[in-house]
Design a protein around this ligand. Structure first.
Ligand code: MG
Length: 396
């Protein structure tokens, strides 16, 4: 058997992590999982260790370490506490970062600084850590292949018009073959509702996403369009495209995953049924392709593809993200931290859904953007966003 690609799954017990295991189990001759890591789901992590037999498992929360050590197969090395997830992010051919939220930043940095291919599902690390992550990306061998479905689509489309080396740094010149990137948004569960109609929506309403099944944080972000706003910043960071050249269009069927428009007016799009296993497999197999089709389109069952403009008044989070992205420096980290606090407060019933953008706007209004040069600077900006948002939640 030829050498298999080694994979470290960091955040293996969440929605993306469990789907990544599906992909790997579909092509067992091609991939070998050498490490698994999770925040705190001891039981599921141990079951995964029995299925995949990695050499190492890591748990961010040290309180579960003893239980995990009892449950994993004999000979499995157990790491826990500070630095455990980073430790398993440095020596596989591909590191999947599927950690939820800003907590994924150390994993992104560890993988890139070790010159690994990073299959990036954790958009927050790139958004908040922008300048610091870009520096780590310059490490020889390091590359990011996006798992976020829209960015995976843009990545595939850009390969049609640029050679591979141009994907991360688009030429900012009149000769650029790219005119703009168009990110698609499902519109979430509240598409078509006015701001007034949104005043009383519940947590259960917001968690009922029409096309994608995802974890709670991203599902709420999807309902506010903050997910799309964060993805605009993510596209800027990943591909070097200016904010004026990134547009968002609502596409309720979630079949067109995003598009690029070329300088001569052509649009190139990537289509598939909404199934995250395709972008996960794309990032694992890059620059090749999986042999297993996930999300292939059955055209007889697909009657229409619709597109409409986002309602920027009912969903102000989209423009808050453009604003933070254009402000640059520490502003995206502040936005992201404030959003995580606001989403938490909504899930706990402390604020209404319509308060989420107001809380974030109040944080951005007070935050003075700086130019983060180190991880400590990024942590400061994140903390500033969180503290300002907590104060704004307290005033509600
Ligand atoms: Mg996405």
């Amino acid at each position: 058997m030829p050498d298999r690609t080694t994979v470290s799954l960091v955040g293996s017990t969440g929605s993306i992590g469990t789907q990544a295991i599906d992909v790997i189990e579909a092509e067992p001759d091609r991939y070998e999982v050498t490490a698994l890591g999770a925040a705190r789901s001891v039981q599921l992590l141990a079951r995964q260790a029995h299925r995949l037999r990695p050499a190492r498992v890591a748990l961010a929360d040290p309180s579960g370490a003893a239980e995990l050590a009892r449950l994993v197969p004999p000979g499995t090395e157990v790491l826990a506490g500070d630095g455990a997830l980073e430790a398993i992010s440095v020596d596989a051919d591909v590191v999947l970062n599927a950690v939820v939220g800003f907590a994924g930043l150390p994993v992104t940095l560890a993988a890139l600084r070790a010159g690994r291919r990073l299959a990036l599902a954790n958009k927050e690390s790139l958004i908040a850590g922008g300048p610091v992550v870009q520096a780590a990306r310059a490490t020889p061998g390091a590359e990011i292949v996006p798992v976020d479905s829209e960015h995976c689509a843009v990545h595939q489309c850009l390969r049609c018009i640029l050679d591979e080396s141009g994907i991360g740094s688009l030429p900012n010149s009149p000769l650029s073959p790219l005119r703009r990137v168009v990110l698609t948004a499902s519109g979430g569960p509240f598409r078509g509702r006015s701001r007034a109609e949104l005043a009383e929506v519940t947590v259960a309403d917001a968690l009922a996403h029409p096309t994608w099944s995802m974890g709670p944080k991203i599902t709420i972000d999807s309902s506010t369009l903050m997910n799309k706003g964060l993805e605009v910043i993510e596209a800027h960071e990943l591909f070097g495209v200016g904010y004026d050249d990134i547009d968002v269009v609502v596409h309720p069927q979630s079949v067109v995953h995003s598009m690029v428009e070329t300088s001569d007016g052509a649009t190139i799009a990537q289509l598939s049924m909404p199934d995250m296993r395709l972008p996960i497999g794309y990032a694992l197999a890059y620059p090749g392709r999986l042999s297993t089709p996930f999300g292939a389109i059955e055209w007889s069952g697909l009657s229409r593809l619709e597109f409409e403009q986002p309602d920027r008044e009912a969903f102000p989070c989209l423009d808050l993200a453009y604003r933070a992205g254009r402000d640059g420096g520490s502003a995206p980290a502040c936005l992201n931290g404030a959003n995580e606090v606001a989403v938490d407060a909504f899930l706990q019933g402390r604020i209404r859904w319509v308060d989420i953008p107001d809380v974030i706007a109040e944080a951005l209004d007070v935050h003075v953007p700086t130019a983060p040069g180190t991880v400590a600077d990024v942590l400061d900006a994140d903390r500033s966003g969180r503290d300002l948002a907590l104060a704004a939640v307290g005033r509600r």
